[in-house]
Design a protein. Structure first.
Length: 93
């Protein structure tokens, strides 16, 4: 994994997560949905497909707050774990 792409990926996630926290999972704007879909494509390109099922629930389940909120909470935990692993990997290089 290229460090710059990975750093950008996590930076984008932080921005998206902050906006979702402010808007709520049941009130995502078209703009944040577009950002989230771009981020999902980046995840695929980086081979980080573990995030796709949860992140896709955020874009697909607009009418189901409980499932979207749970998916977002799980995605926050997953992303934190992935970021910690990436940092450990970078430090070991």
């Amino acid at each position: 994994m290229h460090n710059h792409n990975l750093s950008t990926f996590f930076s984008q996630w932080h921005q998206i997560a902050q906006i979702i926290c402010l808007q709520g999972t049941d009130n995502l704007t078209p703009s944040i949905r577009t950002q989230l879909k771009r981020w999902q494509r980046d995840a695929e390109l980086l081979g980080l497909v573990e995030v796709l099922p949860l992140s896709q629930q955020l874009t697909a389940d607009a009418n189901n707050n409980t499932d979207s909120a749970q998916a977002f909470a799980q995605l926050l935990v997953l992303m934190q774990a992935m970021e910690r692993s990436a940092i450990s990997w970078q430090l070991s290089q």
